[in-house]
Design a protein around this ligand. Sequence first.
Ligand SMILES: *Cc1c(COP(=O)(O)O)cnc(C)c1O
Length: 380
Amino acid sequence: MKVPLLDLTAQYEAIKDDVLQVLHEVCQEQRFILGPRVSALEAELARYCNTADAVGVSSGTDALLISLMAAEIGPGDLVATTPYTFFATAGVIHRTGAKPVFADIDPDTYNLSPARLARAVDRIPKADQRRLKAVLPVHLYGQCAEMDPILDIARGENLTVIEDAAQAIGAEYKGRRAGSMGDFGCFSFFPSKNLGAFGDGGCVTVPSAAEAHRLRVLRVHGSEPKYHHLLIGGNFRLDALQAAVVSIKLKHLDRWTEKRRENADRYRRYFASAKLDDRIGLPAEKQDRHIYNQFVIRVKEKRDGLKAFLAESGIGTEIYYPVPLHLQPCFSHLDYRKGDFPESEAAAQETLALPIFPELTDAQAAYVVEKIEAFFQNKL
Ligand SMILES: *Cc1c(COP(=O)(O)O)cnc(C)c1O
């Protein structure tokens, strides 16, 4: 049996007629950049995320970058974040001229630990404390970070809060949607995210019309009116074809999310009867609505052997992420060392993402757990 990590073809079949119709319409309109389809999607996204507004941008990475630019983060500034995330989270901090300050994760959720964040902030030398301008928590795998204590720390230090919600559209924390808790909520429409475009795309949610306006100006090179520049922005525009596709998919998102959550429950049942407790850790559901962009298990020993065995059995898996950011060669100038963030380093050794896409069948989920069981029975 084949179980790919992600299969988008079944999803496409279900929405094909609507998608082809709207793509045809955009082609006839010949209006490709921003415009009414992008504005319409922005209103839908703001409603979905329960924010004052949303601004469509060119990618999740650019959503983060434009938010840092809107917050006027730049050379000499510090931004606190997690080292256990997709590269873009810290890459954008460096690109503004600022420096990432890492704090370790909570080993249960893989999200930024509020206690470690507080300690990392305290450890910044007195003379540099004023340089800390923002905190960038990530809602990893589709579960919100523990936001209340993070927001408390941010308030105490007067920090801008930028949520990296690229993996977490529709996730909730104490009834609040991802992207609605900080000053900026950054989303990605990369095809493998729960709400994926047919290419690159993203958006930033904001709590005020003034911030939305600033983002819309930065999105077009800081131009307002046209060819007059008070700010230096970039080309961060979303195009009409992507907006049209995302808008169609958004109508189905809650149903797809429920399917992902049901698949997670199903895995939990199969793992419970497989009695692999001493080998496998299942994802902790700490917050209200985990949207399972990834279903990530912890494999205490022989993770890489298991991954290879599953690949031989036709099962796609992935390691998110094999090298924590403080150990990436490009960040060696930050002077972090192995051992600085033991929870992130352990996670990098032990995590494995299993297929969880909405159309995964019961037989496929059963097969995945059966093969994991077989690996530990035969190979150890
Ligand atoms: C996908 C992702 C991004 C970047 O989004 P792109 O649209 O690929 O640029 C940023 N942060 C996290 C946590 C992501 O998963």
